[in-house]
Design a protein. Sequence first.
Length: 609
Amino acid sequence: MAKTSFPRPSELPVPAGAEGWEKIYPYYLTFRDELMEEEDKKFWFCDSQHWPTVFKPFETIGGEYAVKCLGQYNARHLMIPTAKGIEFRIHLGYLYMSPVAVPKEEIEARIPEFQARISHYFQNWDTLLEAWKVKVRGTIADLEALEFKALADIVPMEDIESGKAKDGSEVLLENYDKLISLTYQNWQYHFEFLNLGYIAYLDFFNFCKEVFPSIPEQSVATMVQGVDMELFRPDDELKLLAMKAVELGIDGLFSNPDDVEGTLAAIAQAEGGNAWIEQWENAQDPWFNFTIGNGFYGHDKYWIDHLEIPLGFIADYVRRLQEGQVIWRPKEELLAEKDRVVEEYRELLSGDNLANFDAKRQLAATAYPYVENHNFYIEHWTMGVLWRKVRELSKLLHSLGFWPEEDDLLYLNRNEVRDALFDYVTAHGVGAPGGSIGPTYWPEIIAERKEIVAALKTARPQPALNTPPEEITEPFTRMLWGITTEQVNSWLGADDEDSDGILRGMAASTGVVEGYARVIMDSDQLGEIQQDEILVAPITAPSWGPVFGKLKATVTDIGGMMSHAAIVCREYALPAVTGTGTASVTIKTGQKLRVDGTKGTVEILEDVV
């Protein structure tokens, strides 16, 4: 008999070695015994789409800022009539969410406020979006300017003479506070337009479902596809560099991209190489502020800090050009298909319905690119600067003996870091023998937390907790995460009795292909992907664009029609099934699959040879 409920948080076993895990996270992020009755009544789903691995204590900053700011725009800024924010908790190291509905009696009163606010944005879209970019880039510049330097042994004489009356410790403390507050600032900016992008698409989607009840969700998505997105710009820069290398006849110099210094030196010495180097350097600011992860973890590798990554992607594009492959997205075909589908549905309408269709589709198409573009400015660029500054500060305190490894600051939460800094500046100012307390305090705590995090990583998260509602109707939950009634039932094994061995998920990008699976659990494995394989992963990152051209299809555990994986796959004309729940742990590398991105099914045809 099929299950009707997921485990309660208290029912999940704690992995051996992770006992006491709750204490490494802030109290407000974990389920509380005193609130158990109330919290067990709510349905929680795991957002492994954005946070696919266990949080180290400092890394909760991304989850906290993202979900809090998403909620404030729903509940306080835009006054969305039917949706407030999303409650969130960390359980066994993973982030779980529970959407907050608006009480029925409050919906009517929110509608006028909602309409006035979104009208302001949609009527002034271009002007406000341009101002948004100025705000965000200004914040990034302020972040870049922050420095974390050791305090001087002696206050300079000129400071005595000028009456400055400070020792520099105030700068260190202020810069840390600015690091946290500026990051928060850009996360607030992040959602100013993101929710509007979803609202415009959902409005068009709901209208289409009303006038065309049987319209496939993919047809609605097709009618806004084929757009230029800044999120694709980093990948496009690499393609241009590969084409430049072939054009200059230096395409034979990319055999060892891991040796960045040697490869660039050889290119610089080659005829025409300086022109390539100039283009390479120009592309870096800002487009190499891009991570192969998703920006939410301190271990994410950014192109600008690991030049072997973009150089390796260029080398692969060079190989594909040499083989005569087409490396560019099929934009013309996507636009032609969009125009065909739009006209197909327009011909079925007339009068007000046609006018509404055109207006709503145009609005959705205008707002749609931001749904992806924000990623570059916030998750990639802003968070990349944050992690770089965190490493800088961590390295400083490491040099002072606070912890054994350079990046160990990540095992403190952000409030503990300020305590450690004040410990340092106090001991420095006092000048007592032995100095700070930190070197005798933090190493033992960090060692324990490392063991807990490692232990938590040994267990995969439950896809959801507690009893789901009879029907999931919250639009963002359905569109972004792909948490639908059908998918939840599939996770519960509701169709086990008549299972045909086929994994089912969201039909995210059309097409049917057969090929061999490549299971990727971490972005560091991207180099393992071979030509014409089918990518199977818990979730893809928008920055995996350079490998999409090698793939036959993509399959993910989580994600809806408006998830990054779905949008990017459609823009690459790559069949995709998202939100399968268990594909990455069910499928093995080397198995032959049939992926039907039109029906949303994945079938294992042959086992590993």
